[in-house]
Design a protein around this ligand. Structure first.
Ligand code: ASP
Length: 334
């Protein structure tokens, strides 16, 4: 192995420029990066490729994950590590998806980006990118992680928690893997690997999974409207606290039970940033298991959404998806 890194640029603030409408991806980024990187010594060798078209990651679709994964697979044996430049808005969603698609990765896939574009004053781009490259070249490192604002986080435990801080990401239910201060840790703890080989998924149905936040006043007709979408195969409920749904209105649970019976996999995830769903803690969640709703435990929304997408792409049978969803596949839940 040559210690060579592939940098895959997908878009995002790191490579954006100002326009009358606000920041947008610039086309000259791939030419500009090497000039800036050349000012730093001691970085590993890298090649840079772009995924066309470059996007603001607010426009990311699940099908983009399959494209990113295909690009990584195409170049897998030519490189020792991968750095993905990504918009911060959906970076944690992509990191989660890649963790399930590259469960047994024997080399690092590190996602990074910036809060301020590379060409703007006070940009955090070079600090994030330079350290991500160094971490990606460490032979002991492997698996899908996020390096941003001085911390290395497990990809499928992370979420964007600040739209303004340089430390934009956190992993509320898992300690950071490492902090980068003046020195870098020589031995990095790797995120857990999974039982499945790296999964070849050529396409993902963008409309297979939806998310519904529970709120005071939610009623059965809203659930029915959502679950009648023809392509829908998975629903993530963001419930209160330890997984509570309003149970005073029986028609709401009946609508969910009908969705489960129709073959939709319904997952219950807490809308709290930290903590876990524990069905049966309160009477308001005790019937959920009985009607076939499964717990997301302490997974982030991003990890639960990505896991459901990947499992639905792999299995036609909803029961098989339910069984697999409950199993921790690659450290995504405690
Ligand atoms: N909207 C941008 C994006 O996600 C935000 C960023 O990169 O920080 O592409």
């Amino acid at each position: 192995m040559s210690g060579r890194i592939l940098m895959l640029h997908t878009g995002g603030t790191i490579g954006m420029e100002r326009s009358p409408q606000g920041y947008r991806p610039m086309t000259r980024f791939s030419a500009i990066v090497p000039q800036h990187m050349a000012t730093l010594s001691g970085l590993p060798d890298y090649d840079l490729i772009e995924l066309a078209p470059l996007i603001d990651s607010a426009n990311l679709l699940p099908s983009h994950w399959a494209r990113i994964a295909r690009t990584l697979r195409t170049h897998w044996n030519q490189y020792d590590g991968f750095v993905i430049l990504h918009g911060t808005d959906t970076l944690a969603w992509t990191a989660s998806a890649l963790s399930f698609m590259f469960q047994s990765a024997d080399r690092p896939i590190i996602l990074t980006g910036a809060q301020i574009p590379l060409l703007e004053p006070r940009s955090d781009a070079l600090a994030n990118l330079g350290t991500a490259l160094i971490l990606a070249s460490s032979p002991a490192n492997r698996g899908v992680t996020i390096f941003f604002g001085g911390v290395l986080l497990q990809g499928n435990r992370s979420t964007k928690s600040s739209s303004t801080d340089f430390q934009a990401f956190s992993s509320p239910n898992a300690a950071p893997l490492a902090r980068a201060g003046i020195s870098l840790p020589s031995q990095l703890p790797a995120p857990p690997t999974g039982p499945m080989p790296n999964t070849h998924i050529d396409t993902l149905d963008d409309h297979a999974v939806t998310v519904l936040t529970v709120y005071p006043g939610l009623c059965a007709t809203q659930i029915e409207a959502l679950t009648q979408a023809p392509a829908l195969r998975g629903l993530i409920l963001c419930s209160y606290g330890t997984g509570n749904l309003p149970d005073a209105d029986p028609s709401l649970l009946q609508a969910l039970a009908r969705a489960v019976e129709s073959g939709i996999v319904v997952v219950n995830r807490t809308q709290c940033a930290q903590g876990s769903v524990v069905h049966g803690t309160y009477a308001t969640s005790s019937t959920l298991e009985r009607i076939g709703i499964i717990s997301a435990s302490d997974m982030t929304l991003e990890a639960a959404f990505a896991k459901l997408h990947i499992l639905l792409a792999l299995h036609r049978d909803p029961q098989q998806v339910r069984v697999q969803f409950r199993i921790p596949l690659c450290g995504e839940m405690s």
